[in-house]
Structure formats: C-alpha cells, structure tokens
Design a protein around this ligand. Structure first.
Ligand code: UDP
Ligand code: MG
Length: 337
C-alpha cells in the first residue's frame, strides 16, 4: 500500500534523495471544519492508496477561526501526504481552491469539500472515468442531501441557466467533487464563485468533459457557509463570464445597440418634426411625438455611453487580471519538493 508520495524516494545522482512527484493531488478548501479533518484525511488516504497511486493532499485553510489551521499545521508535520497551505484571511472557496491548484504537483487534480459531504470513496471512480480519455470529470450529486427550497431549487435553476448559456449541460455544476487533468487548470483565472464554472470554461478551451453520479451525505459537523445569497453571486458570475468568455457575444453590445437604435429613431422623428415646423409652419409644441423624439434621443445617448463604459470596464478588467486573489501566510509540509 502506498501512503503518500514522499514515502517513495529515489537516490539522485549525487546521493541526494529526490521526492517522486505524486500522481494525484487532492485539493481541499477548508473553512472551520476542524471536526471533519482527521476523518477526511483518513478517508482520502484510504480511497487513493487502495488504487496504488502516489498522491498528496493539499488542504487550504481559508481563514478558519475554529482551530482548523492549527490542526492542519500539526498534521502536516507528521503526515507524509499532507501539505497545509494557510491563507492570510478568508478569501472564499474559489480562491482557496486556486491556491491549492497553485501548490499541486500531480498530473491529475481532484477537488472535494472538507465537510465529508462529498465521499472520498468516489475518487477512484472519477479517476477511472478520467482514464477513459476525459480531461475533466464532474461529480453529480444525484441524491443531494441539502435543504430543498433554499439549496436544491436555486441550484436546479442555476444549472439549467448555466447549461443553456454555455452550451455545456451538466446536472450539477456546484458539486465540488471533480477530477481534472492538471493542464486543464493551468491557465485558469479564477475569482468570485468561478470554480463551479470550470467545466464550461475548460470546455471552451477544448477540454473533454463528462459527468458521473456521486454520493452525497448530510453535513456531520458545523454548518454550511452558504445560503441563498450565494445563488445571487453565482448568477452575477454567470452573467459576467457569459460576456467575457463570449458565450454571449451579442448581449455584450446590447446597451450600445439599443442606444444606437434609440438615437436613430429619435433623430428621424426630430428631423420629421423640424421639417413640418419649417416647411409647413405647423405648431409642434403640442405633439406627443415631440416628447417621444426627445425621450428617444436622450435615452439613446445615455444608453450608448453606458455601452461604451461597459466595454471599457470589460477591457480594464481583462488588463487587471494579474492581481492575485489570495495571499498565503505559510505552507507546512513535511517534505517540500
Ligand atoms: N469554504 C471555504 N471558504 C469559504 C467557505 C467555504 O474554503 O469561505 C469551504 C468549506 O470549508 C467546504 C467547502 O468550501 O470545504 C464548501 O463549503 P460548504 O460545505 O459550507 O458549502 P455547501 O456544501 O453547503 O455548498
Ligand atoms: Mg458542504
């Protein structure tokens, strides 16, 4: 049985020991999950090592206040298979995952939640599916154990919307249990709640995507960090990535186009009114058409400038993407390559 990657060392040419790069990196974002961690690490270790694979577990502490960070640091000093990445404060699940990806060495990266809602025993099933020639295998919590009204319903709507807009139809974008070939994640710029959009983002880069049913358990300890407000943030992310990643090209220009149309209509009406005033000497002050013309012109100019600003904002955003979305306080690992 393989217990972590660093247990497997070879002698280098000059007698130094070289750590073998693990085949699998399991990335886990952690915020206040101190009770789950020992069970989780054991479950991951037994699931992955049964497969005779070398692996590392990267737990990213995302500003926990319940002692999760301290426990992770302690465990990382004794376990060969654990890297504890401690962030400076709470940055959110996506940022914590991005930090984990940054430290991951494996050719394959698996993500899952720390709260034991995802079942580490499913990892080998995802890996086997990846072997069939996929670049990304996404878990589908077909019997999801969360509140129906506040979680299942919004997520059903969100999945449908994301599927329709991106053209990548998955039942369960929000499932954290996913397996990736590392190159899929190499150049991803993540922010907001974007980790859930990874299948769609990877798909437009040409990745082969599939989905398989996985187990899901009710939370055993602590409580969920999320409620309905996340659905709103996810929707805003959907809207903005749809613009930026060009899933929707037309709506990006919708303000500008509407504005232009409105300006043209307003101008035609204005010219018409000017004509009847000047050529026929008619009164135009009491015509409803005049109000319409003025309204169209004014809103047209406004919308057009709004569209221009939106475009500028979008470009500014692209240019500013170099900024890191998290800061690391420390990394503890018994053996660091
Ligand atoms: N999490 C995190 N940072 C946060 C919120 C959550 O790293 O700001 C982690 C959390 O510890 C868990 C995963 O993200 O491992 C999913 O969170 P949670 O279980 O609360 O979400 P739910 O399963 O209810 O969607
Ligand atoms: Mg959970």
């Amino acid at each position: 049985m393989t217990t972590g990657w660093v247990s497997e060392r070879t002698e280098g040419e000059n007698g130094t020991s070289l750590a073998i790069i693990p085949e699998i990196s399991v990335v886990v974002p952690v915020r206040d999950e101190v009770e789950s961690l020992p069970l989780l690490l054991e479950a991951i270790a037994s699931a992955v090592s049964d497969n005779q694979l070398t692996y590392e577990i990267i737990c990213v502490d995302d500003g926990s206040t319940d002692g999760s960070a301290e426990l992770l640091k302690e465990l990382a000093q004794t376990r060969n298979d654990l890297k504890a990445v401690i962030l400076r404060r709470n940055y959110g699940q996506t940022a914590a995952m991005a930090a984990g990806f940054n430290y991951a060495l494996g050719k394959v990266i698996v993500t899952l939640d720390a709260d034991l809602q995802n079942d580490p025993a499913d990892i080998p099933i995802l890996l086997a599916k990846l072997e069939e020639g996929y670049d990304l295998v996404s878990g589908w919590r077909h019997k999801r154990q969360d509140a129906a009204l506040s979680r299942l319903l919004p997520s059903k709507i969100a999945n449908w919307l994301i599927g329709s807009i991106t053209g990548v139809k998955l039942h369960d974008y929000g499932c954290s249990l996913k397996a990736y070939r590392a190159e899929v994640l190499a150049d991803m710029n993540l922010y907001g709640e974007l980790h859930r959009f990874l299948p769609a983002l990877a798909y437009i880069e040409g990745a082969r995507i599939t989905e398989i049913p996985v187990r899901h358990h009710p939370r055993r300890f602590g409580r969920s960090k999320y409620g309905l407000s996340r659905t709103f943030r996810v929707m805003m992310d959907l809207l903005t990535i749809s613009f930026m990643k060009k899933f929707l090209t037309k709506p990006m220009h919708v303000f500008g186009l509407l504005g232009l149309l409105s300006m043209v209509l307003g101008s035609i009406l204005g010219i018409y009114l000017t004509f009847i005033k000047l050529a026929w000497g008619e009164m135009i002050g009491n015509r409803p058409l005049l109000i319409l013309a003025v309204l169209l012109l004014v809103t047209g100019v406004q919308l057009f400038s709004f569209g221009l600003l939106a475009e500028l904002l979008m470009r500014t955003y692209h240019e500013s993407q170099g900024r890191p979305i998290y800061r690391v306080r420390e990394v503890i690992a018994k053996n660091v390559n």
